[in-house]
Design a protein around this ligand. Sequence first.
Ligand code: ADP
Length: 447
Amino acid sequence: MFSKILIANRGEIALRVLRACRELGIKTVAVHSTADEDAMHVRLADEAVCIGPPAARDSYLNVAAILSAATITGAEAIHPGYGFLSENADFAETVEAHGLTFIGPTAEHIRMMGDKITAKTTMEALGVPLVPGSDGELKSLEEARTVAEQVGYPVLIKATAGGGGRGMKVAHNASEIEEAWSVARTEARTAFGNDAVYLEKYLDKPRHIELQILGDNYGNVVHFGERDCSLQRRHQKLLEEAGSPAITAEQRDTIGKTVTEALSRMGYRNAGTLEFLYQDGQFCFIEMNTRLQVEHPVTEMVCDVDLVREQIRLAAGEKLGYTQSDVTFSGHAIECRINAEDPDTFAPCPGTVAVYHAPGGLGVRIDSALYTGYKVPPYYDSMIAKVIVHAPTRAEAIARMYRALDEFVVEGIKTVIPLHRRILADPEFQRGDYTIHWLEQFTARPH
Ligand code: ADP
């Protein structure tokens, strides 16, 4: 086992990793920008190293500074968290080239899944179902037209290097295809420096359902069931639950078996998530995330597993030590992402937290790096806390979340807590009756 780990991240996820290290008896090294000198992850770590100025590209994305910090502190492994360098294959490769362990999959697998076309063709060859669409990259507008006629409108043109919902355009009919083709390519070129695009049938009422997996270095892979992340605004998830109100235990077993067999054949190691669109009883793979996800706690609650601890153990070369039948599912969990944003306009709202009081009680978990007097810096993601609840049934989990949000005091900055309270009180949400479009329609309603 490692004796010291460097955490290449900030905020709640840096604390999440730090907590797992502490419980494993591993020393921690925090890295931080000059804007984060007072951050909780810096205060709680055994050692802290400043790696640059506020802008992420000069600090949390600064590979040379992070590697120097690891070297001078004698860290043996690096946990990248999510975001920043977590899905950067070159970073993973550089870390390993320096004789350190990257806590995650191989650089080769990160690279494969980072290119969405390669990800799709790989998964298809391994028997995972896809959204119908083009066979790889579209070579021309003519090919886009032909494939669109074959799969039927509406269709979506997507950037192969895409992320965060950018480089994606819908064409509802043949007259819109030319514009979708050129807009998607221009966006992709600007955002990712790569204008390769592909085409998928546009599903009109899907749910976003994803499967959590873990693999060891010896070909053993298990899944921890699904998370329903359909509540999104501009492709950003806001509330997630495990399990999905839309699928049965048999459906979970079936897709779980397909996925674990595929990843075992691939030799995938460490944590990963396969994202699917689910509609009319069909799962269609859209992409794989080769890292820990923001919403991993809902899985931890229903499966009683510490996914970060598992990541560290597996990266150290330990075996999984359990099989699929040892993974059990109990009760229901919900996570609300608390963003420092205006709950109506979604304008970011950084500033000083005048008063902070976290909820507590049975079945309530808060993952946050906030404290009274903390100044939320304007340079990074606006998510400042995650409230996670666990209860025997979905209805009880909803009641518990409502109660927890009632107790939550964050003064001095605006947060999306009022929006979460409205969602939880909505009859459609309570029935589990929603698709990926529901939240945008909901936020547009007068209230
Ligand atoms: P990104 O990497 O940019 O997040 P994804 O491929 O994961 O891109 O898609 C992001 C979101 O876009 C999905 O969660 C879903 O809401 C929507 N989406 C993607 N593909 C389709 C599709 N074929 N039909 C309908 N919606 C889609």
